[in-house]
Each structure stands twice: as C-alpha cells, then as structure tokens.
Design a binder for this molecule. Structure first.
Ligand SMILES: [Zn+2]
Length: 298
C-alpha cells in the first residue's frame, strides 16, 4: 500500500496526517493556527510539525499534498488568494517541497474534500454531486460525470459568494450580502456577539442551542434557511444526485437540517430534482486532510 503526507490548512486549525491510498489516516496531529497571520510563519509551523509526525510515524513517504483555504492554482503550486487572511500569490508548493524534500502538490481545500468523498467516501458510486464546506467560510466543489469540474479559470463552485441579502454585510470578495457572511461559522459568531455582546465560538453556540437556548437555536435555524436557499440554486443549475455537507459547522447538521431541507424544498424546482439527497459527509472533519493525501498519490 502507498502512503503520503496530507496537510489541511484551515482557517483556525492546521491538520497534518499520514494517509494511505485507501484514505485511512494513520497518524495525525492538529495545531492551533488561529493567531498566525503571515504565510512565512505558517510554513515554519508546517515544516516543524510535519517533520515530527514523519519521524514518529516511520512510513515510506515521498509525496505531500496540501489543501489550501482559498483560490489555488494547482498547476503552478501557488496559493493565489484567501480573502480572510489576505495571503496572496504565495508559492507554497515549491517552498514546502524544498523544506520537506517531498514531491508536493496543492489543491483548494473544498476540491480536496470532494475528491476524498468521491474516492473513499459516500460518493464512490455517484457521478454527479456537489460538496459544500461550511466552516469559517463557505465553499463548494462539484463532480460532473465523475470528473471534478474546476471551471475555465480553476475557481468554480464559489457558493459562499452568492448574494443572499441585498445591500448586506460587506465581504472580503468585494461583494455584499454573501452567503458566507450569513451562514458560516464566523457569521454565526458575529451575529451572536452583536445580539448578546459575548464572544462564543460557533461550536459553543451550537452547544447552547442543543441545551435549549432559544436565541442560539433560532440562529442555527436561520443558518439552515440561508444554506437551503443557496443549495436550491445549485440543484436547479446542476441537477445533481447528491449534496454533501462538510466543514466544522456541518458537524452540527442535526441542529439545522430541518430548516435547511424545508427552505430547499420551498425554493427548488422539485419535479426536476425530486431524487436529490442532502447529507453530512461520512469523512467528518478529516475530508480535506484525506483529500490532500490522496491528490499526492494520483
Ligand atoms: Zn463574498
């Protein structure tokens, strides 16, 4: 069996793992990078933790795959742009390749997640599906006829920047009222803070919602409605078999799946999309990490 090093750069967490060609995570660790703002600092953390993991894991590894949170040029190995961090035109693949001495590939993190779901997850027998990551930001990727569809300029699937509120909150993309500003983890935290004057993480707000806090519960219901509306546009456009939700916020899918489905059913052209399935990923929060490992073994 083949193995590779997978690296998933999240908005607040860095996941590093050794991945098998079957998609198993052999060893892994998680590093908090919520305070890291500079790409150079991030590289040092990646190199340091990767070397530790490789030493600990003792596998024969010669390749590395990195899941990038933002616009990515997989051919040039460049991290093109992340609105939330401001990192721009950073040649991360060649830098990591030199430092770790591993042949290094990169892919947008949402694409990497969709690749993992297709190769080792719940979509192995599904030829047309849409993957949506709901975490600090919101992104999408889709497989059409068993192929990842990247678009003419590699940036297809940017569902997070569909406008859902006219003249709404301004967004790092330059637009206003984007889905990402109303239904992501960061937006759940922002809306909660605006109302309650307290900084809680989306996870903590989810916990309060589960415990019966009505404001937190309604906040997650609203999140579901925004996501359901955006997904109805996706289904109407693509006529896919399945929509898979991943990312940190989606781990609490039980909290908002009813409002999401209700809004989706209200807005979608149902007769054309009556067999569609919407569910949470079976790869949980390791989808992008596993996908990163898999792209390095292509
Ligand atoms: Zn936007």
């Amino acid at each position: 069996m083949e193995f590779s090093l997978g690296i998933d750069i999240g908005g607040s967490k860095l996941r590093i793992g050794t991945i098998s060609s079957r998609g198993d995570v052999i060893c892994s660790n998680i590093v908090d990078i919520s305070k890291v703002k500079k790409a150079e600092k991030l590289v040092e953390i990646i190199v340091d933790n990767s070397n530790k993991l490789l030493l600990h894991c003792q596998l024969n590894i010669s390749t590395c795959g990195i899941a990038i949170p933002g616009l990515t040029d997989a051919n040039s190995g460049e991290w093109v742009f992340s609105p939330f961090s401001g990192i721009k035109n950073f040649p991360i693949a060649s830098i990591i390749e030199k430092r770790l001495k591993l042949k290094t590939y990169i892919e947008n993190d949402v694409n990497a997640s969709a690749i993992a779901e297709k190769q080792v997850g719940s979509c192995q027998d599904i030829s047309n599906f849409f993957w949506m990551t709901v975490s600090n930001g919101i992104g999408g990727a889709f497989f059409m006829n068993n192929q990842l569809y990247k678009g003419a300029f590699e940036h297809a699937g940017e569902i997070g920047h569909l406008t859902v509120v006219k003249d709404g909150v301004s967004c790092g993309c330059g637009g206003r009222g984007c889905l990402e500003k109303y239904a992501s983890g960061a937006s759940i935290e922002r809306i909660y803070h605006q109302e309650k004057k307290e900084h809680l993480s989306a996870k903590e707000i989810a916990r309060k919602a589960t415990m019966g806090d009505s404001f937190s519960y309604e906040l997650y219901q609203q999140t579901g409605r925004y996501l359901g509306k955006a997904l109805s546009y996706v289904a109407n456009l693509l006529n896919i078999q399945k929509i898979v939700l991943g990312g940190g916020v989606s781990m609490d899918f039980d909290l908002f799946n009813e409002s999401l489905l209700q809004q989706f059913e209200e807005d979608v052209f149902m007769e054309a999309n009556k067999s569609i399935v919407i569910e949470k990923t079976i790869l949980l929060n390791q989808a992008a990490l596993i996908g990163a490992g898999l792209i390095a073994m292509k």
